[in-house]
Design a protein around this ligand. Structure first.
Ligand code: PEP
Ligand code: MG
Length: 594
């Protein structure tokens, strides 16, 4: 009897953040959060000693991060933006001065002073509605743990010290841990904590290793050397599986890999239907780190570069140079032939440093995106200058978010023209014919599509918001998720109206909401004759394969048929049945059983 058979099997469900299956040996990364204890300081001398001790911990923490960057650059030629973010937090004067002030004002030790500052920041982040932005507190907490560890003088196990092909099991991993996995033979990871939009998750996806987070008690179930299965697609982790389960997962893994391989085989072919309709397929990205994964999965362009990240986790607004550096990197990314850069979709309340500035009852409908830019013109111009400068380095488009009517695009275009004029008179090269597109993501923009098409060079439909506003479904409220239906007849009617208006005016209509990457929607989007689809990189191979096996004429017929149905459920069933019959090899495994 083998050792594993003596151990009890346990299966845990978490959040699958990076797909794929790994069957291997666990490595329990021994990391305990350091708890802060309070002690009071007496006298000025001990206060200044404590400040010195704190400052030394900052220097040590910074050095550790610089060492990680150096190692990454040595091994893979490029550092990581996520490590830079942690360095930026350490360098953030408001953050560090606040801690020093706590030491002075409350005569408390550095650990406690740090805890006070982070608790305050957590309160600010907790108020942010957007899940992604709210989760950015994790970066601050990771940096906090690093400082605490240096204050305590304890060392902790580093991912870069791990040898061998293992699956890491840890309470939590910071993005700086995950980036180091790219240079090691780490097969996958499973953690107690974490959410689907964490930077750790993004890195896992970009380096392509299966990962499940948010398992709550995986560290209590696993010891180093235990057999472990991580199913990043289903979000399941099995510890000490019995031979029967291992066999089942080996089959599942084989099946998954064969399917992946088959999809990937054609991923670099053009997305062209049998009857010759070509769809421009791009990737939605947020970080330059995601470019290699996008290209690997078959994108030759970036259909949506979300730029909000450049603004968050920082005290000062980004400079034109910082913007420019990012945009140029995307435009010049290896394998990238075109890029659509969306101007930022943040509101005043979303700036962490100014969180108290503009508290709004309903920020998603508040002063955000283009509305904010048209009020804060100088700030908008900084970003526009950088995009325009970057446009000299490759095929670039500007995408304006949340346009709700004609005046907004006229105003935005005037500002863009002004900035263009300034750059030209300064002798700075730009693409003078840069295309300016708008997101169609507000119902009024659908109604005004005809008029908007006269002012825009292209449309990109943002279904994430469009569905939210059209069906009155908060996109992050789990209680109404069941009503969030991309194939709702009302949504299809709106999409048709937008595509028709765009085409009538002779402009291209693309889609960059999640719907673009949902294979169940692909035949419908083809029937609508969308010109471009931009999606999360991992979705590209399957969508491209469906496109290549389809004809527009057949898809149009399918669209006509579903337009006679009156519920999303009926439409879904109809499309699914069509796809299972027409191209079963493109259908996700779980469809066959539902
Ligand atoms: C959308 O709304 O569909 C979209 C692509 O933008 P975001 O998800 O960033 O709001
Ligand atoms: Mg949107």
């Amino acid at each position: 009897m083998s050792e594993n058979e003596l151990k009890t099997t346990s299966a845990l469900k978490g959040i699958g953040v990076s797909p794929g299956i790994v069957i291997g040996r666990a490595y329990a990364l021994n990391r305990k959060d350091i708890k802060e204890t309070l002690y009071k300081l007496s006298g000025d001398e001990s206060v200044s000693r404590e400040i010195k001790r704190f400052k030394k911990s900052l220097i040590d923490s910074r050095q550790e991060l610089l060492d990680i960057q150096t190692e990454l650059k040595d091994r893979q030629g490029i550092g990581s933006l996520f490590v830079d973010v942690h360095i930026m937090i350490l360098d953030d004067k408001t953050f560090t001065t606040d801690i020093v002030k706590n030491i002075q004002d409350h005569s408390v030790n550095a650990e406690w002073a740090l805890k006070m500052t982070i608790s305050r920041q957590r309160e600010i982040f907790d108020k942010i509605e957007d899940e992604y932005l709210r989760e950015r507190i994790r970066d601050v907490e990771c940096v906090g743990q690093r400082i605490l560890r240096n204050l305590s003088g304890k060392t902790h196990e580093r991912v870069s010290d791990i040898e061998g092909e293992v699956v890491i099991v840890a309470r939590d991993l910071s993005p700086t841990d995950t980036v180091q996995m790219s240079t090691r033979k780490i097969l996958g990871f499973a953690t107690d904590m974490g959410g689907k939009t964490s930077h750790t998750a993004i890195v896992a996806k970009s380096i392509g290793i299966p990962a499940v987070v948010g398992l709550e008690r995986i560290t209590g179930e696993v010891s180093t050397g235990d057999a472990i299965i991580v199913d990043g697609t289903a979000g399941v982790v099995i510890v000490n599986p019995d031979p029967e389960v291992i066999k089942r997962y080996e089959d599942k893994k084989r099946h998954y890999l064969a399917m992946e391989e088959d999809m990937l085989k054609g991923a670099h072919l053009p997305a062209e239907t049998i009857d010759g309709h070509r769809v421009g397929v791009g990737a939605n990205i947020e970080f330059i780190e995601e470019i290699p994964s996008a290209v690997f999965h078959g994108a030759n362009g970036v259909g949506l570069y979300r730029t909000e990240f450049i603004y968050i986790n920082r005290e000062q607004l980004p400079t034109e140079e910082e913007h420019f550096f990012n945009y140029k990197k995307v435009i010049e990314g290896e394998g990238i032939k075109w890029a659509t850069i969306r101007t930022f979709d943040l509101g005043g309340d979303k700036f962490v440093s100014d969180a108290g500035l503009a508290e709004e009852m309903n920020p998603v409908m508040g002063l955000r995106a283009i509305r904010f830019c048209l009020q804060e013109v100088e700030l908008f111009k900084v970003q526009l200058r950088a995009i325009l400068r970057a446009s000299a380095y490759g095929n670039t488009g500007i995408l304006l978010p949340m346009i709700s009517g004609v005046k907004e695009i006229i105003d935005a275009r005037n500002i863009i023209d002004e900035v263009k004029g300034e750059l030209i008179s300064e002798g700075i090269p730009i693409d003078e014919d840069i295309k300016i597109g708008i997101m169609i993501e507000v119902p009024s923009a659908v109604i005004m599509a005809k008029q908007l098409a006269e002012k825009a060079d292209f449309f990109s439909i943002g279904t994430n918001d469009l569905i939210q506003y059209a069906l009155a479904i908060d996109r992050v409220n789990e209680r109404v998720t069941y009503l969030y239906e991309p194939l709702h007849p009302a949504i299809l009617t709106m999409l048709k109206q937008v595509v028709d208006a765009g085409h009538k005016a002779g402009i291209k209509v693309a889609m960059c909401g999640e719907m673009a990457g949902d294979p169940l929607c692909t035949p419908i989007l083809l029937g609508l004759a969308l010109d471009g689809l931009s999606m999360t990189p991992l979705a590209i191979p399957r969508v491209k394969k469906i496109i290549r096996k389809s004809t527009v004429s057949e898809s149009k017929k399918l669209l006509e048929r579903v337009m006679t149905l009156s519920t999303a459920r009926e439409i879904e069933e109809c499309v699914r049945a069509y796809m299972i019959e027409r191209f079963p090899e493109c259908c996700p495994v779980d469809w066959q059983t539902t």
